[in-house]
Design a binder for this molecule. Structure first.
Ligand code: ATP
Length: 355
């Protein structure tokens, strides 16, 4: 098991910078998700950690040892590309033991290691089965077994569930997390799917245009996004943004929002005058007659226990998550009240959170 550290990691392809000055430490045993939209540099970062790509600048340390220029095979890291790609002509034991056979390990030792791995994955009873006969979940366990059998220090996974439909993917997420808890190996998991990252990871790194915007626990990422990009990328529907010209002083508890005072969480930074953005999650909005921010209901989307009601206000369209039992009429005028303690404030220019 291993601690993974990257220092000022950068990667350019000709003039284009795919990864820009990444710094982070992944503690031993952590399930670490790298999350971001297509092209933000997740795979490139992972490939550098795996040793499949050389950094343009910066260092990679494995348990404190500089491995930046070590070959992939010398790093003791398993790269899991596609959890379902198995060798069809071999049985389960053959698939799991294949990497050891390639290393030239003796038959008896291979058998021992394969059985030990199968026990950990609870698939001992499948060792002589054909892989084509396996369920999706068992195929995934076999593929993981093949990665685990070399006893790597860490697992790197690049969208391993990408090819699956949503329902099955959700099931597999639970399986993967459960396996991680039993094996305890440091895992880096690349995905563009926020639900996968939120449901499995201990820590999430949100990337945007080659840069890491925030590294925090899923709850911290959701509750205290470091930037408008993170706030917008996490949550469905995403956080609402309401722009205003505002002054804000250290310790202020209220903002003047278009002639209305709105109570906000106390901040430590001074922003005496700057265009600011108020961020509010859909579930932190209530309808009340007396509320100062008013608008007209544009539509309602029924989601079972809740509904997403969109309201057109003078400050833009706002989505609110409300109990579906609440009657809402398209076209009616409503007042919106925000949960003060849960509001976020951002600098409109940089997009960064004001704390
Ligand atoms: P995706 O989820 O689509 O794979 P990603 O976040 O993993 O996205 P990367 O694959 O790391 O992103 O790519 C980051 C950027 O670097 C992209 O714009 C990509 O086109 C570019 N890139 C990646 N590899 C190369 C390469 N070998 N040569 C040139 N450009 C590359």
């Amino acid at each position: 098991m291993a601690q993974i550290r990257v220092e000022n990691l950068r990667k350019s392809f000709d003039q284009f910078t795919a990864v820009e000055g990444s710094n982070f430490t992944i503690d031993d045993g952590t399930f670490f998700a790298m999350l971001g939209p297509s092209g933000c540099g997740k795979t490139t970062t992972l490939r550098m950690i795996a040793g499949l790509e050389l950094p343009t600048e910066g260092k990679i340390l494995l348990d404190g040892k500089d491995v930046t220029f070590d070959r992939a095979s010398a790093r003791d890291i398993a790269f899991v590309f596609q959890l379902f790609a198995l060798y069809p002509h071999m049985n389960v034991a053959g698939n799991i033991g294949f990497p050891l056979k390639c290393q030239g390990m003796g038959r008896r030792e291979i058998r021992q290691r394969v059985e030990e791995t199968a026990r950990l994955l609870r698939i001992e009873h499948l060792l002589s089965s054909k892989t084509s006969k396996l369920s999706g979940g068992d195929r995934q366990r076999v593929a993981l077994g093949r990665a685990m059998v070399r006893r790597p220090k860490a697992f790197l996974m690049d969208e391993p569930l990408g090819a699956l439909d949503a329902e099955f993917r959700h099931l597999m997420c639970g399986e993967l997390r459960d396996l991680h808890d039993r094996i305890g190996a440091t895992t880096i998991y690349v995905t563009h799917d926020q639900l996968e990252a939120m449901s499995m990871a201990d820590q999430i790194a949100v990337m945007n245009k080659g840069r890491v915007e925030q590294i925090s626990s899923p709850q911290e990422i959701y509750d205290r996004p470091a930037s408008m990009f993170v706030a917008d990328f996490i949550g469905s529907p995403p956080m609402n943004f309401l722009r205003f010209e505002g002054g804000l002083h250290c310790g202020d508890r209220a903002i003047s929002f278009h002639d209305t005072d709105i109570i906000v969480p106390e901040i430590r930074e001074d922003r005496a005058s700057a265009p600011l953005v108020l961020g509010v999650r859909p579930e932190h909005i209530r309808f009340t007659d007396a509320a100062p921010v008013r608008g007209e209901v544009f539509g309602a989307e029924y989601l079972g226990t809740t509904q997403i009601v969109t309201v057109d206000t003078a400050h833009g369209r706002v989505a609110a998550r409300l109990p579906s039992a609440m009657p809402v009429r398209v076209g009616e005028t409503v007042g919106l009240e925000f949960h003060s303690e849960r509001l976020a404030l951002f600098d409109a220019g940089s997009g960064l959170a004001i704390r």
